[in-house]
Unconditional design. Structure first.
Length: 447
């Protein structure tokens, strides 16, 4: 195995030494026992743990943080929660390593990775980011028939977008340019994109009533199209990447353990859908409906759980789950917050500009909730006015919001894995990426 060099190699070895220290603090358990402590849906291998602890490779973000969570609470025979006070520093460490690796692979000068070598303009931007100010990057993706879907890869270095021109485009997040040619295959507008948890697969869904699986490295199709009940509005990978939920008029689960030979689950489930669904790491699926209800399902068994969540007077238009999987946000004419475990509302509804919420999202670190909302007043989507609303989740205090930067309907949005970038696509044909403020409080929402 090639030894990493330069700034990336040096930082990787320092991080590995700290992991070994953490392991030693908890009795130096064997690698096999560490691997056995991984939670359901998260796989740790002894070879992968060894390579990480020796500074030989940097695994995916989820793999790295799962290993850290196991080590942080090894003595308790449990895995540390996502709110463990030591976890943010490890999350930041992985993100820095990932950026250094990307800079090295892209032959970017090391001076761009350190502030003392940066020129004046770079220092100004870095200082603005640290103050939590917004920096809106120039738009991209013009002339592709609108941006109807957007998703970041698990390491954040790629953005995938779906377009009205029946194409899918991958973008280099840092360089802000296309990462290879467009992907062709769909016969109608591409309305949904999603990366697998390991970043190796890209799922795309279209108004042609199919979903498709692509190999990200080779940019090639892996299998025949997956059928859907109507045009595809949402795609969800389960945490282990072995199942793909394709949402059309209803939802169908596909077994993609072998992505070259996907297999249909037994039946469709969940009708009258009005929003993209969300999935917890424990396999709890939440769906939004026209009667103002949110239903909860056992995703694998495709059976409804308990009574629905009933809070909105009109249809549920958006759903979001905190990364801790214990807080659910539902959107309609306002945003309502629910304790997933008790099924109880936990806060007064959050008001948004306009008369409908079209999208809501928790930042991956759980500290920010963001909503996009607008008015129904015009029948022309290009005339509608949309806005951001941002809250810190510790106190649900509203934060300053940047300009949304789109003319008309905002059709797609996504957070980056480090929680600091937010991408949006619009009917105006633009892909916009901007920074978001850090939350005032250091603690995410709890229930």
């Amino acid at each position: 195995m090639r030894i990493a060099k330069g700034d990336f190699g040096r930082e990787l070895r320092l991080a590995a030494a700290e992991l070994r220290t953490l392991r030693a603090m908890h009795g130096d358990p064997p690698l096999a026992q560490i691997a056995a402590r991984a939670p359901r849906g998260q796989h740790l291998s002894t070879s992968g743990i060894s390579a990480t602890m020796r500074g030989r490779s940097l695994p995916s973000r989820d793999y790295y943080l799962t290993l850290v969570r196991v080590l942080l609470s090894y003595d308790t025979n449990k895995i540390a929660s996502l709110q463990h006070p030591d976890l943010p520093q490890w999350r930041d460490r992985w993100q820095r390593l990932s950026l250094l690796r990307h800079a090295q692979n892209s032959n970017v000068s090391a001076s761009l990775s350190t502030e003392h070598h940066a020129d004046l303009s770079e220092q100004v931007v870095l200082a603005a980011l640290r103050r939590g100010q917004h920096v809106q990057l120039p738009p991209t993706a013009e002339n592709l028939g609108g941006v109807w879907a957007v998703a970041f890869s698990p390491d954040g270095h790629l953005l995938a977008t779906g377009h009205g021109a029946k194409t899918v485009q991958l973008w280099d997040t840092v360089a802000q340019r296309r990462a290879g040619p467009a992907l062709f295959g769909h016969t109608d507008r591409v309305t949904s994109v999603a990366f697998s948890p390991d970043g190796r697969l890209l799922a795309t869904g279209s108004e042609d009533a199919t979903a498709r699986l692509w190999d990200v490295a080779s940019r090639t199709l892996l299998a025949e199209p997956l059928s859907s009940s109507g045009f595809v509005t949402s795609l969800l990978f389960d945490p282990d990447g072995h199942s793909l939920y394709v949402q059309g008029r209803t939802i169908r689960r596909w077994d993609i353990t072998d992505p070259r030979q996907p297999r249909k689950a037994e039946k469709h489930f969940a009708n009258n859908l009005t929003s993209a669904s969300v999935l917890t790491i424990e396999g709890l699926l939440v769906t939004g409906h026209a009667d103002g209800l949110a239903h909860l399902w056992n995703a694998q068994e495709q059976t409804r759980i308990d009574a629905p969540l009933r809070g909105h007077a009109s249809e549920v238009t958006a759903l979001a789950l905190a990364s801790s999987n214990d807080v659910l946000a539902t959107g309609s004419q306002d945003v309502q917050l629910w304790d997933v475990r008790t099924r109880q509302m936990i806060n007064e509804p959050l008001e948004c500009p306009g008369d409908m919420v079209t999208a809501i999202a928790f930042s991956p670190d759980g500290r920010i909730l963001l909503a996009i909302s607008g008015d129904r007043v015009s029948s022309d989507p290009e005339d509608r006015d949309f806005h951001f609303s941002i809250w810190e989740t510790a106190t649900w205090t509203e934060l300053p919001s940047p300009d949304i930067g789109h003319d008309g309907y905002v059709t797609a949005s996504a957070f980056s894995p480090d929680s600091r970038l937010f991408a949006t696509g619009g009917i105006d044909g633009l892909l916009r990426v901007r920074t978001l403020p850090t939350a005032i409080s250091s603690e995410p929402a709890t229930t």
